[in-house]
Design a protein around this ligand. Structure first.
Ligand SMILES: [Zn+2]
Length: 63
């Protein structure tokens, strides 16, 4: 399993305060019906989205 790098500080302003947010839906280009919730890590100082990710990768896996 790949090591997950934890973001320790904002690459734009150096702040260490982050919050998690989620957007509704992200889907594969060729499949608009299946998808995952898209999570964002947002810097609380400058508002930059420093990371976007999905927790459920199944809709993006090809058989
Ligand atoms: Zn920042």
């Amino acid at each position: 399993m790949e090591e997950v790098k934890v973001i320790k500080e904002c690459p734009f302003c150096g702040s260490k305060d982050f919050t998690e947010a989620k957007a509704r839906f992200v889907s594969p280009l060729d499949d608009g019906f299946h998808g995952s919730v898209l999570y964002h890590t947002i810097c609380l100082k400058c508002g930059s989205v420093v990371r976007s990710y999905v927790k459920d990768l199944k809709p993006f896996m090809k058989e």
